[in-house]
Design a protein around this ligand. Structure first.
Ligand SMILES: [Zn+2]
Ligand SMILES: [Zn+2]
Length: 242
């Protein structure tokens, strides 16, 4: 059977459902109209550091949001597909805690769209790691699920275990920016046996959500310390008012 016929047969048995509400949608639509309208997709002028939407037109020079200017990032470029809130928040929670792994492929397509300039020159795609004890409890790392889907979609090399958390850190929810950065100081590192794979490479770090950027900073610092040439980041959603 041809692939197209097979896909048609599958979609007759399993008609495509909206990721947001489970309602029926057209082929590969991802979200139905109402859910789409409750999801803030980022486009147009964005901060070069974190991908948050900015007003006005880009004049070709690097522009950054107040957050990225106040907290210089160890990575060179960052992008986000969605603004955190509304449906985006529901999708992220479903992916993180609800076993909704079906969200990964459409999310990877949204991330690939915004991260297009960051995918040039074949960066190594790596997820922000979970501590093993959390991985046992949750069974999967949502950032790794996104990173794998993005690497697959963009035809890039995926390295799931480039970074490791040495220690388990308390949840960062509700912590101040200074506390977040302090808690993550030297928690994340590149295992020595992984360093050769990293030497001179560009790295694309993937996470589900960026709040202060403390976790991504710890990961980017670890990559650079271990010999990476340059680090970029892409997240599914950016929190715009922490
Ligand atoms: Zn819907
Ligand atoms: Zn920014």
């Amino acid at each position: 059977m041809l692939l197209a016929q097979f896909q048609t047969a599958v979609s007759l048995i399993y008609p495509p459902r909206c990721l947001g509400c489970g309602g029926l949608v057209g082929q590969d639509a991802g979200l139905c109209g109402p859910c789409w309208r409750e999801t803030e997709f980022i486009s147009g002028t964005v901060c070069e550091g974190c991908g948050v939407p900015l007003p006005g037109e880009s004049d070709g020079f690097r522009i950054e949001c107040d957050d990225c200017m106040a907290t210089p990032r160890p990575w060179s470029q960052g992008r986000a597909a969605l603004v955190y809130g509304g449906k985006a928040r529901e999708l992220l929670l479903a992916l993180k805690h609800g076993d909704r792994l079906d969200i990964a492929a459409p999310a990877a397509a949204w991330m690939a769209r915004v991260a297009e300039p960051l995918l040039q020159d074949s960066p190594l795609v790596c997820p922000v790691p979970l501590h093993w004890s959390r991985l046992l409890k949750r069974r999967y790392n949502q950032s790794a699920v996104l990173a794998r889907a993005l690497a697959h979609r963009a035809g890039l090399q995926y390295c799931p275990d480039l970074l490791r958390r040495h220690r388990r850190t308390p949840s960062l929810d509700g912590r101040s920016r200074a506390e977040r950065f302090r808690l993550l100081g030297d928690v994340i590192g590149v295992p020595p046996r992984k360093a050769p794979a990293l030497s001179g490479r560009n790295v694309l770090l993937v996470d589900d959500v960026m709040t202060s950027g403390a976790t991504l900073s710890a990961c980017a610092d670890a990559c650079l310390r271990a010999g990476a040439e340059e680090v970029r980041i892409v997240v599914l959603a950016r929190v715009t008012h922490a």
